[in-house]
Design a protein around this ligand. Structure first.
Ligand code: IMP
Ligand code: MG
Length: 181
């Protein structure tokens, strides 16, 4: 049962993308990854916590080749505007040398976070790196790092739900909501 609006902290959000539409977009991106990676040797998905947990969980169920999964954490956000500060990558304990890596993000906005992440991972000598994001904000993106897999493209509005938060609230919502006014 979907609510039309939700209240989180001081803001009101209205429903923007219902769960069924998210599911169709996740299926489409999973099919592309299956086609591109099926012939490779045990690709490694690296999920970026916390926001990607729900997307990654649904995505992995639709992947049909042998693969491994790790999680990293890298946070730059406080409230609804980026702080411009990117903290370092934590959680990657095993070598990724020679591996085909697929980074899984909840959302690529300015690209600060993903650029930092890709640079760090590149220095660890993987065979290849690609980026898979649930949401992409093309009008905000200002980096050169290619974002190969974009499940859904949106404008510059602030969204919550399906893993994404507003000051830690809203991650549990199965539909995606946009901030009002
Ligand atoms: P970037 O470094 O500007 O690309 O921001 C990436 C990070 O900011 C994402 O991984 C999210 O954690 C957060 N973020 C950006 N836009 C939104 C949004 O609309 N809702 C919730 N979090 C967002
Ligand atoms: Mg994130």
């Amino acid at each position: 049962m979907m609510k039309d609006t939700v209240h989180l902290h001081d803001k009101t959000f209205r429903v923007m993308i219902p769960a069924a539409e998210i599911d169709r977009a996740v299926t489409a991106v999973a099919e592309r990854i299956n086609t591109d990676y099926r012939a490779k040797s045990v690709p490694l998905f690296i999920g970026v916590l916390n926001g990607s947990f729900m997307f990654l969980s649904d995505l992995m169920k639709k992947i049909d080749f042998d693969c491994e999964l790790s999680f990293v954490k890298l946070s730059s956000y406080s409230g609804t505007a980026t702080t411009g500060q990117v903290r370092s990558l934590i959680g990657l304990n095993n070598s990724i040398e020679g591996r085909d890596v697929i980074i899984v993000e909840d959302i690529v906005d300015t690209g600060e976070s993903i650029e930092h992440m890709v640079r760090d991972l590149e220095s660890r000598k993987p065979a290849s790196i690609s980026v898979c994001t649930l949401f992409f904000k093309p009008a905000s993106y200002s980096k050169q790092i290619p974002i190969q897999y974009r499940a859904l493209e949106i404008g510059n509005e602030f969204i919550v739900g399906y893993g994404l938060d507003y000051n830690q609230l809203g991650r549990n919502l199965k539909d995606v909501y946009v901030v009002t006014e």
